[in-house]
Design a protein. Sequence first.
Length: 289
Amino acid sequence: MISKWIERYHLLETAQQTYRRRLNSEPVFSLLVHFTYSYLPGLSESECWEKFDKNEPAFLVQVEAYLFCRTSDAFLLDEKTQKVLSKTDKQDLLKINRKIFEICPSSESFSYIGDVNPISCGRYELVRLTKPKKSIKELQAKNWTNEKHVTDWTWRLTDKAYKEQLEQGKRVVLRFQSLIEKNASLDEKKAYFERHFRALEGYLGYRGVRQQIGNLYHLEKRLFKDKYNQPWFDHGARTLKLSYMKKLKSPIVNNSSYQEAEAHFRSVLTEDLNKKYEKWKAKSNKTEV
């Protein structure tokens, strides 16, 4: 399937070739391959590592493929109505898929990205940043081709992870009552808050995550003010120092072959498994002693 997609959607084209397609108001396709692994069903963690030690199959490798289609507003223009087709409207989406099919015969039927379950990795999920709407007049004034691709992506906490951290923050504020009752010193209060703040600062500094953590921080500060009628900065709290996640440079270029991506994953997987195996082995030796 992936091999067919690579050929059908010109996935090995260079960035310059892709850019030319966008200038011609053509849809541009990209493929995201998500490699994951898990313990074999029915086996405990120890049993899997014991099999790994004997060079026996111990893990299940999964490959998920996500095919994306990016379209410009120039491509989405309906000549009959002179309106930009909406990806969220079911009838418009049918028209969009027909337009894609005309350019790329045998193409898949695409769904709106907002209706698809997000790509998740641990406590994070990949989401698209909303691009600002532009009127037909604005686009025509820029001759359409000058339209910049403003759609971008970021990672954020999943709903479950966000809610768990929200509840944790509430508990931190409510349990502060015990420090007040025992007339704790300022240093004790600082130490109490510090552990929580370090946990908040420990999340990966993606744009979406930073926004979520900032919201949680202000909710906690507001709850503290409502409950104790005092600024929490007077009781040892401090401002957060959130990290910034720099744009990662991939060791493989975007238009690499699938075989190259798979080989890179195997290399990363082997390194990761060996590290975890050594930790498990050291832990097992301590238990036996």
